[in-house]
Design a protein around this ligand. Sequence first.
Ligand SMILES: [Zn+2]
Length: 166
Amino acid sequence: MQLSVKMIKISRKEAKAQGLKHYFTGIQCINGHTTFRFTANSTCGECLLATHKNYLKTEHGKAVQKAYDRGEKAKQAHRVRKKDPRVKKMNRRDGAKRRAAKLERTPSWVDHEAISRIYLFCPNGYEVDHIIPLQGKLVSGLHVPDNLQYLTCTENRIKYNAFEIE
Ligand SMILES: [Zn+2]
């Protein structure tokens, strides 16, 4: 980590007035650092960095860093995977399959407007789910209003997995 803040002398009061997050007076902190401080609590930047570094050496800090790295690695892996032509092809095929199933499982008598309304009014954080999946292994549901429900994204994943295992 690098501390890169422009060292222009400005008092805390002035920084506050200007809405700046940092200020710099040129006066040493109790630990002898001459660097910027945070306007909010006048903490020295170097001291905070040292505290952070020490924290990362503790068991809990190590665990937090590890969890963070894992998350970053997973994100990176996902980004790389998405660019793989084989994965791209698979995703395209799955999408095409899903769209075809939807068409195939939509009866001619269906109330298209009612379906559109269900999708349109889907609350934030929810997904429209087919109660009986369109491409179920045992039974296949229809793309009709009666077979639609709102599920949270998490619920939807859990349900998807349950159907996949059965
Ligand atoms: Zn300091």
